[in-house]
Design a protein around this ligand. Sequence first.
Ligand code: RNT
Ligand code: ZN
Length: 413
Amino acid sequence: MTRYESAKEIYKGYGVDTEEALKKLSETMISIHCWQGDDVVGFDSPSALSGGIQTTGNYPGRATTPEELMADIDKAFSLIPGKKKLNLHACYAIFEEGEFVDRDKIEPKHFAKWVEFAKARGWALDFNPTIFAHPMVKNDLTLSSPDKETRDFWINHCKQCIKIAEYFADETGVPCVMNIWIPDGFKDIPADRLAPRKRFKEALDEILSVPYDKTKVYITLESKVFGIGLESYTVGSGEFSLSYSNYKGITPLMDNGHYHPTEMVSDKISSLLLFNEKIALHVTRPVRWDSDHVILFDDETKEIAKEIVRCDALDRVFIATDYFDASINRISAWVTGLRNMSKALLFALLQPNAKLQALQEEHKITEIQVLQEEMKTAPFGDIWNEYLTRQGLSNNYIDEVKKYEAEVLAKRA
Ligand code: RNT
Ligand code: ZN
């Protein structure tokens, strides 16, 4: 009997079908952020990263060209199991030699190379307007700026992005999630909290007045609690974003780095699922702030995964990753975080969920605690290893990563 066969029997004893779990996991698509490879810099603007987000660390080997980023994505994705979507930001537009097109005028053709790249690998694409790290961010404001020219620039940017998202959906045959996040806020106590939010609302209304195919493009709106240097006021707060999403019937996006430290996204998923056909997540790991550390196989990641599975919502939650660590090998950061997301989903799929839910209905809370603790030492690792084997992978990826580092990353200027 192999380790998998023996683990399968143990899980069967708990009423859990490991084959079913492995099948569901292999069918679950995760949207992988491209920006781990180059510290959220992109190719279109000389501006340093801004908007209250920060990549810290200077591990050598950052990708600085489309070719390098694509090569790194290939390496990282080859070590990541499961169904993949590639998540791009507008700042990754690829221009012809000598060409420059500003963000308010970018077009689908500037992403043709990405479409070709993704299609050749059988991956779908997601998209994001890049509303930060650009000279048109005025006094830390974009879509909520009192300056009409500034607002219009970003409104036009978002309108162009909808066209690009539709192009991605048409080309790949898979709906494209287009996420809007703005950094707008104040470092210190504002005198007027309403006016910027009103302008943001009106700007979003204008962006969404563009007709688009709602079966192809899912527009999501991401909230935030605060950004670095913008601690006192955030225009796109939790209440704003959730209310706006419901008002316009777009999809709310929760990033688990965007809440107060004891506020858990895992607890919010069920509420949002009751009132939204789809919801979207940015999975990350905040350490004391929205630090965007690599996702670990930790309690909150598991709890988020458990909620998705227990709510039977694997097809209703757009799962995307969003973190950026420049202090370690970036390929490893990608692979570790993405594997941990999959691990958390597998762990969730391997819980005796129906039994636990039944126990709760009978208020057998002692039994729930005992069983939940017992499941932590069930032979999860053997099922995970089986998943990797079936995906043509193994637990060892550090050797591949180090080889690529020596052969490719270390040679970059
Ligand atoms: C920032 C948001 C946003 C970005 C990416 C790059 O706090 O989380 O999603 O991280 O779009
Ligand atoms: Zn995010």
